[in-house]
Design a protein. Structure first.
Ligand code: KG4
Ligand code: ZN
Length: 394
């Protein structure tokens, strides 16, 4: 199809702009309406967790089919909860990368259909970058609970910790003629070379026999445990590296719980003498706390390493002093990570910008919120907007 030229709608400059966001990159079908001051008017999420739970992970084919069923009702609900109609919306934004390709295509097709039918601009948004917009989001009734730094002017760090990603960014403003509408440049400093931290939490929960959802339940159980009971490894990789690795920690936990492998079963999988059923409740809590201590420790140490490198003229010229860390992704809900980040902020005079709880996990408000930055600069996509499965590391 030949792309239709997209034009910005003519609206009264005194009125707020509204973006409808759509998110279907994994197993949540989500839609939201967000105002240009980052006020969330609606945030609807249809979770597919029940459909995937019995398989122990997201089944891509089931996910795309479920998105097809859910997406129109979810968009309708987002518009109605925001008390608006499509006529009131100024642009349609959709998470178009990275993610499960069949899932992404459902949200993108819905967004393109709406853009084509209404003539409103279309914006394709990077899901991982959008997680870093979550700390800016608020509702009309809750405007003060989190730190919302003005990120238009200086350098900041960004940390995405989710089920699919663990990435540390340097965020700098891309200047535009109006400093109020600067866009964000995302420079990856380091990322996981194996498991994402959320994935490691979920696997650790399985090893410890903690019921689904693994990450939040492990966080809860760890409160009753001693974080120093077990000395689990903290992989820092080579000196100076800002990349992350969590698979060694997961394997160390596995061997601590089950002992060394005793042989192989008929499917060539290692067999063990013990299982989580042999743990006492206190052991289980101590192991959860020790795992969490190691995982969070690595994140904090890597942030300190990044701050050091950015401040060192030998490594970074001219040196950079970030004024805030923006955090996003499901694991930003973790109580110990939040606590230690606040401490780090106090030690290093950094604003710690954490998302309010409803915006930690995958949602469409972060997509719509992030899109306002580009909307303000008339930077739109056309109907050729592709679905891209992988992260583009630029
Ligand atoms: O951002 P998200 O919803 O999805 C991805 O983009 O991956 O993150 C989901 C991940 C899961 O691995 C989940 O276990 C983890 O976030 N998670 C947590 C907590 N809440 C969610 N991990 C540790 N502690 C939590 N409180
Ligand atoms: Zn995500």
């Amino acid at each position: 199809m030949k792309p239709k030229a997209m034009s910005k709608p003519v609206t009264d400059s005194n009125t707020h702009k509204l973006i409808l966001g759509i998110e279907t990159s994994c197993d949540e079908s989500a839609a939201a309406v967000v105002r240009d001051d980052n006020c969330v008017l609606s945030n609807v999420i249809a979770s597919q967790h029940d459909l995937h739970e019995t398989y122990g992970g997201v089944v891509p084919e089931i996910a795309s089919r479920a998105h097809v069923d859910a997406i129109i009702p979810v968009i309708d609900q987002a518009l109605s909860e925001a008390n608006v109609t499509l006529d009131d919306i100024d642009a349609i934004a959709v998470g178009n990368r990275p993610g499960l390709i069949g899932s992404l295509i459902v949200g993108i097709s819905a967004a393109k259909a709406l853009a084509l039918a209404t003539g409103k601009p279309l914006l394709g948004i990077d899901h991982v970058h959008a997680h870093l917009h979550a700390p800016h989001l608020h509702t009309e009734s809750n405007t003060t609970s989190n730190n919302r730094p003005n990120t238009n002017l200086g350098a900041n760090l960004g940390l995405v910790v989710s089920g699919g990603h663990t990435t540390l960014y340097l965020l700098t403003p891309n200047p535009t003629p109006n400093p109020e509408t600067n866009t964000t440049h995302y420079q990856p400093l380091g990322r996981t070379i194996d498991d994402a931290i959320g994935e490691a939490y979920d696997k650790a929960a399985v090893i410890l026999g903690i019921p689904y959802p693994g990450g939040p339940n492990l966080d809860q159980l760890a409160q009753a445990g001693n974080p120093k009971a077990y000395d689990l490894p903290r992989s820092m990789l080579k000196p100076g590296s800002l990349d992350f690795s969590f698979s060694g920690l997961k394997t160390a936990l596995l061997y601590t719980v089950r002992g060394q492998p005793t042989g192989k079963d008929d499917r060539n999988k290692p067999t063990f003498a013990r299982s989580h059923a042999d743990l006492t409740e206190q052991d289980r809590a101590d192991l959860a706390a020790s795992f969490q201590a190691a995982a969070v420790d690595v994140i904090i140490k890597k942030i300190k390493r990044a701050l050091q490198q950015l401040a060192d003229p030998e490594t970074t010229s001219p040196p950079v002093k970030p004024s805030a860390i923006l955090i996003g992704g499901g694991v930003s809900a973790n109580s110990e990570l939040r606590r230690q980040l606040q401490q780090l902020g106090e030690q290093h005079d950094l604003t710690i910008a954490l998302p309010p709880m409803p915006y930690c996990m995958d949602n469409a408000a972060m997509i719509a919120g992030a899109a306002h930055e580009r909307f303000a600069n008339d930077d739109f996509d056309d109907l050729n907007l592709p679905a891209i499965a992988t992260t583009q590391m630029v």
